[in-house]
Design a protein around this ligand. Structure first.
Ligand SMILES: Nc1nc2c(c(=O)[nH]1)N[C@H]1C(S)=C(S)[C@@H](COP(=O)(O)OP(=O)(O)OC[C@H]3O[C@@H](n4cnc5c(=O)[nH]c(N)nc54)[C@H](O)[C@@H]3O)O[C@H]1N2
Ligand SMILES: Nc1nc2c(c(=O)[nH]1)N[C@H]1C(S)=C(S)[C@@H](COP(=O)(O)OP(=O)(O)OC[C@H]3O[C@@H](n4cnc5c(=O)[nH]c(N)nc54)[C@H](O)[C@@H]3O)O[C@H]1N2
Ligand SMILES: [Mo]
Length: 764
């Protein structure tokens, strides 16, 4: 076992100070159009930009890789947003990394480059290997690469020492083959980005309503009275959701925002394709904003529920006919202590009573949430509390109402549906056994947190279908040690990132085609499919000619690895057929996953097809009681250690997860640096800090030292005691042992940190 090549795990620290301007009041509008085109033209050229962007989210085009927001039944000719355009341009770039690059650059030297620089080198175009004791990647042919990987898997003494990571851009077809490879190999170790993302939503919704997904359709937005957006920044991360919100507002809906920060997208929106909007001052989005303290949400929703129960503002007939556990919940609501609620939420009793009144007046309420809710220790309880409030009013299975966890990666929901899970059901495994004649192992495999812990202890073989595990995962140091303890790490990727530089003894990179690329195999042109955040499965067809002939489709690559492994280990899955004719994969999905009847024909319908959703379709709840379950868990909220702050790690406007486009965050008025700490003016004054002053952030409550320097103080409207930094840089400060109870999602939004002025750096 080696302990790595000594490469930097976080890259250089940009010590440049940020330039500050005012926070923007209106999202999208002309600046967004200009920015979208700037990114497109710089990376694809004007003609290609026009051609490629015009196919985004169209019936016959590709699914935008930018997020999982659904497309309207009749998409507009410009069904993309500024940030979707950035994601598309980033993938569809003409720039390709040449072979000479790998001779000129060792991984040690590459690790000293910034994330922006790494990503800007262009598409990965050739299979590459970095052999043991070497510091350089060099080209290898596909067959040899597959052979090395197949043998490494076959030679493992313990099948459970293999880990199959998935990032949420993988199509249904790629994801299904990936889990099939893992199951045939003999493990359920399928960590995925969902473990760091909406896992808490899946767990909580499964317990409360019997399905780990949302229950609203896009049309429901226009039929709702009240839309609550909690712990989510749609202006940046789901910009097309602002069109849905502004349209809902025109139909008479009210929008309530609950967030420690009043994000620009929630302030105002100017639809970039609506000429009236573009001339005017934009639509005001949030009618009211609750500036909640970080992780005060469970207390807030319990208190709202308490006021509703107290006043009898509940839908008795729904509660009687469709739910279970109401009495103990009602009892719990009577026990709340307003002083504690006020402390946790930062909101007064009077204010919360007013908010409860808003809920009580609504006949159809939708609650949307994302990472601000899912990445805390008590996330599962918090989400169940959100559901409690909806159950009180009967807002499940009614038009214009329901739960809406807004997914991140464009196909993260589909990946789960088709079997990417470390906790497969016995029913699914039985179907796999019947269809493929293999005997999958039972029981839970490793999720992301357990993957890090186990690989760090025992090493193994780590294979990654997309993503950037090193930078995305919490505790960068421990994650690096885990990857470096492996005998082999394999990355199937489109672009260069830090996970290619912090590797196992041997490291292999396999360049794959992305969403925007035409998928051609030895069997001709193929189509792929994905599922959006609202359970609609549809086709995705890229049209760009591949920038290099040596790139392959993801399913072809997976099948290549699986075929070599099966050659040695035995088995009868027709891997090479599956890897060249994707309709055969869809037949396999149809045979093993409910809801995919006639997959190959239904996928050709212009707007795809909807998967069954029992709570939404007919108020059926597949819980043990057969009813929706109220939760009466004790109220909890995060309290930082003495003298410490609660830190949330969030996204800027110019990044897609670990892919950083620029150092700017236009809506928040910050440019030139990402190493910033948003802090309230009151805290700044109390501590005697100055704007732009450099500080050191240290995590408290861990036995080892977790410290990170060169962060600049930025005054911001954020509750006292709460601070914010950008992910992924701040992953350095999140301990691997800090995760959500029940879902094991790293607590990226509640970290206890102390912040101290940084002594001036003295040249030795
Ligand atoms: N352009 C772009 N689009 C993306 C992505 C991207 O990086 N860039 N990433 C994609 C992915 S994978 C995902 S999961 C989504 C992420 O989408 P978001 O969840 O919107 O992303 P974050 O930046 O993590 O924002 C979290 C929001 O929650 C708030 N928040 C933090 N803590 C709390 C809390 O305790 N309570 C409340 N009420 N609010 C809180 C923060 O202020 C912030 O507004 O976006 C997807 N879309
Ligand atoms: N501190 C903190 N940490 C977080 C979060 C946070 O809010 N705070 N958010 C978490 C969340 S919500 C998520 S989803 C994870 C994201 O975790 P990941 O999904 O692992 O990370 P990404 O940055 O989306 O992965 C980017 C890389 O994917 C590859 N890629 C892009 N497109 C394709 C494709 O089509 N095919 C293949 N094979 N590869 C492709 C490229 O090489 C690119 O460099 O991060 C999590 N980490
Ligand atoms: Mo995510």
């Amino acid at each position: 076992m080696v302990m790595g090549r000594g490469a930097s795990r976080t890259g250089p620290t940009n010590s440049q100070r940020p330039t500050l301007s005012s926070v923007k009041e209106v999202a999208a509008g002309l600046p967004a159009v200009v920015s979208a085109w700037k990114h497109g033209i710089a990376k694809m050229g004007p003609l290609e930009s026009a051609k490629t962007l015009s196919r985004a989210n169209q019936h016959s085009g590709f699914d935008c890789p930018g997020c999982a927001w659904p497309d309207p039944a009749e998409p507009s000719p410009f069904e993309y947003c500024e940030n979707g355009a950035k994601a598309i341009a980033d993938e569809a770039t003409d720039k390709v990394i040449q072979d000479s690059f790998w001779k000129e650059n060792s991984v040690l030297s590459l690790a000293r480059k910034s994330d922006i620089w790494l990503n800007a080198q262009g598409r990965l175009s050739r299979p590459l290997i970095m052999e043991r004791d070497s510091n350089h990647y060099k080209p290898i042919d596909w067959d040899r690469a597959f052979g090395i990987i197949g043998a490494a898997l076959f030679n493992l003494e313990n099948e459970d020492d293999a880990y199959f990571y998935t990032s949420g851009r993988a199509s249904n077809e790629a994801a299904f083959l990936w889990q099939l490879l893992a199951r045939q190999h003999g493990t359920n170790n399928l960590p995925d980005c969902s473990n760091m993302c909406h896992e808490s939503s899946g767990v909580a919704l499964g317990e409360s309503i019997g399905i780990g997904k949302g229950t609203v359709r896009l049309e429901d937005f226009d039929h709702s009275d009240l839309i609550v957006v909690v712990g989510q920044n749609p202006g940046t991360n789901h910009p097309r959701m602002l069109s849905a919100l502004s349209s809902a507002k025109r139909s008479g809906s009210s929008v309530l925002s609950i967030n420690p920060i009043k994000e620009t997208g929630m302030r105002g929106f100017r639809h970039p394709q609506n000429p009236i909007d573009m001339l005017g001052s934009g639509v005001k989005i949030a009618d009211d904003h609750v500036d909640i303290r970080i992780n005060g949400d469970m207390a807030l929703f319990r208190a709202i529920g308490s006021v509703m129960v107290e006043n009898g503002w509940v839908d008795k007939s729904f509660i009687d006919s469709s739910t279970s556990g109401y009495d103990s919940y009602a009892k719990a609501t009577k026990k709340i202590n307003w002083e504690e609620i006020e402390k946790a939420t930062g909101q007064s009793e009077t204010r919360i009573r007013d908010i409860a009144k808003i809920f009580s007046k609504s006949r159809s309420t939708i609650i949307c949430w994302a990472m601000g809710i899912t990445q805390h220790r008590n996330s599962v309880d918090t989400i169940r509390e959100i559901v409690n409030v909806l159950l009180l009013g009967g807002h499940i299975g009614r038009p214009g109402a329901g739960v809406c966890p807004v997914r991140g990666h464009s196909n993260v929901q589909g990946d789960r549906t088709v079997g990417i899970t470390h906790a497969p059901s016995a029913k699914f495994l039985a179907a796999i056994e019947k269809t493929y004649g293999i005997r999958p192992v039972e029981g839970h495999g490793a999720d992301a947190v357990h993957t890090v812990e186990r690989m760090r202890e025992r090493g193994g073989v780590f294979l990654s279908l997309g993503g950037n595990f090193l930078s995305a995962m919490s505790d960068t140091e421990r994650t690096a040690e885990a990857l470096e303890a492996c005998s082999l790490t394999v990355q199937i990727s489109t672009k260069l990132n830090r996970s290619h530089l912090i590797t196992g003894e041997t490291s292999i990179i396999l360049p794959c085609l992305g969403r925007t690329d035409e998928q051609v195999t030895s069997n001709g042109q193929q189509i792929l499919s994905v599922e959006n955040s609202m359970g609609v499965v549809h086709m995705s067809k890229g049209n760009k000619k591949r920038p290099s002939m040596s790139m392959r489709s993801e399913p072809t690559i997976i099948a290549g690895i699986a075929h070599k492994r099966q050659d040695m280990a035995g088995g009868a899955i027709k891997w090479l057929d599956l890897g060249s004719d994707f309709s055969l994969i869809r037949e396999g999905i149809e045979a093993t996953v409910p809801g995919f009847e006639a997959y190959n024909s239904r996928i050709l319908r212009p707007s795809g097809f909807e998967l069954p959703n029992p709570p939404r379709d007919n108020k059926t709840f597949r819980t043990p009681s057969g009813r929706a379950e109220f939760s009466s868990a004790g109220i909890s909220s995060f309290t930082p250690d003495d003298g410490a702050y609660t830190m949330m790690t969030i996204r800027s406007h110019d990044q897609f997860n670990t892919t950083i486009y620029t150092d700017n965050d236009r809506y928040r008025g910050i440019s030139g640096s990402r190493r910033i700490v948003l802090m309230s003016r009151e805290d700044i004054q109390e501590r005697g800090f100055r704007t732009g002053q450099t500080v050191v952030i240290s995590t408290t409550g861990v036995s080892r030292r977790m410290e990170s320097g060169e962060w600049s103080i930025v005054p911001y409207e954020i509750p006292k005691g709460c601070v914010a930094t950008y992910f992924p840089e701040s992953n350095h400060l999140i301990p691997i042992e800090s995760y959500a109870e029940g879902s094991f999602t790293p607590t990226s939004k509640s970290v206890s940190v102390i912040i101290n002025g940084q002594p001036p750096f003295l040249e030795p």
